[in-house]
Design a protein around this ligand. Sequence first.
Ligand code: ADP
Ligand code: G6P
Length: 481
Amino acid sequence: MASSGSADLVIVANRLPVDRVTLPDGTQGWRQSPGGLVTAIEPILRANQGTWIGWPGGTETEDELEPFEDEGMNLVPMAMTADEVEDHYEGFSNATLWPLYHDVVAKPEFHREWWNSYSAVNRRFAERAAEEAAEGATVWVQDYQMQLVPQMLRELRPDLRIGFFLHIPFPPTELFQQLPWRRQILEGLLGADLVGFQLSGAAQNFVRLVRQRVGHKTHRDLVYLPDGRTVKAAAFPISIDSAGFEELARSEQVEERAVEIREQLGNPQKVFLGVDRLDYTKGIYARLRAFAELIEDGELDVGEAVFVQVATPSREQVEQYRILRDDIDRLVGRINGDLGRIGSPAISYLHASFPREEMAALYRAADVMVVTPFRDGMNLVAKEYVACRFDNDGALVLSEFAGAAEELRQAWQINPYDINGMKSALLDACRAEPRDVTRRMKAMRKQVMEHDVAAWADSFLAELGSLGKAHGKSVRPAKRG
Ligand code: ADP
Ligand code: G6P
């Protein structure tokens, strides 16, 4: 057994919650990392004074990066070489696993050197977790970039409680079987005591695959390993800091900014909003086309309706992402060129990342929130919108292929592959009777406010605690609100 460190809760994720960036004056600074994983896990770790092991972006070497503290969290930066960024991160994680796990929306590529790099990076992260974790500590491994860590860590530190949570969808068995390294991935995950998924169908797929491909005995949500260990697979739908978002939305500063945003847009009758990482799974192209066709059909008027699309740059070195960025740039240019008027573009397109206050103001300013992924693990943006609509106003158009669709049943649900269906839903949502809008939003708000990220983490960690070693220390629930 490797010698133990002092942390009672360790998060292992590909990314740290902050990214190292070079500021305009040439000095180095930190900025919040993009994506739903960081939004969800950060408040939990702060409440527990835990340690977070992850990559800070870039290609610094190990000796340039020292662990540091950030408001109650110990951050342990892990260096990656340029080759590892290319093969582990851009390659195996984001050009093999990401498209494969998202219904092959883009074609996954399989390369043996990418796999080798993925294994090597996973091993280094597991070794670091083994050094940081105290005797009997809880280590919570996050997401598809780290699926081999649970088993590697268990070999080094059998005393630990190990949990794993997959933030993205787990694919149907027929797709997963394409992966040349399918058995290693399943065995990697089985190093955990508890494997968590967004939806129960994903947990069932995983258990079925373990039975078929690894040959272990299973019963319902349990896997029985030959060494006597039991692994549980279950669904834990992730959420947001709902009360925190509502509080922000209620602040005077955000309310003023929301009014200002509408003014800057020319005070249109209806503001449609899309907020996404610039990712081909999100269905941005299809939704903008649907909106443009409604203008061409004469159903909506430029000036009276405007679509604000915020798209955070993401994974820009991966070819599919570069192609997407160019495609959307061209589409927005064409739509505005053809349909816009002076001072009234049809689409207001912002290729930028904003602070939480600005996000809340955008959510407050929007009459119709449009969330149309072809496939999404959960989609926190949909929940953030709901949390900010404390006056029970605002319409949500939501893809049935987002995990959030299981909870937000009162949204106008759409099939993003069906452009005509999407057009009808956009019109229905923007023309709905106020009473109907309120009824739907009230029901969705009850769900989001009652099932926040603290409840999610509590239920995962409580379940893990009940499964793990009897001598392990327990983890404090996250502070609410
Ligand atoms: P994903 O994890 O795939 O990016 P989610 O919708 O689950 O998708 O989570 C996205 C998170 O990133 C949300 O918390 C959202 O507020 C945040 N986000 C998305 N776009 C921006 C942006 N332009 N600026 C700041 N935060 C953003
Ligand atoms: C999604 C994934 C996360 C990832 C995030 C941002 O939320 O589930 O694991 O960190 O996107 O992507 P990036 O590649 O920039 O880390």
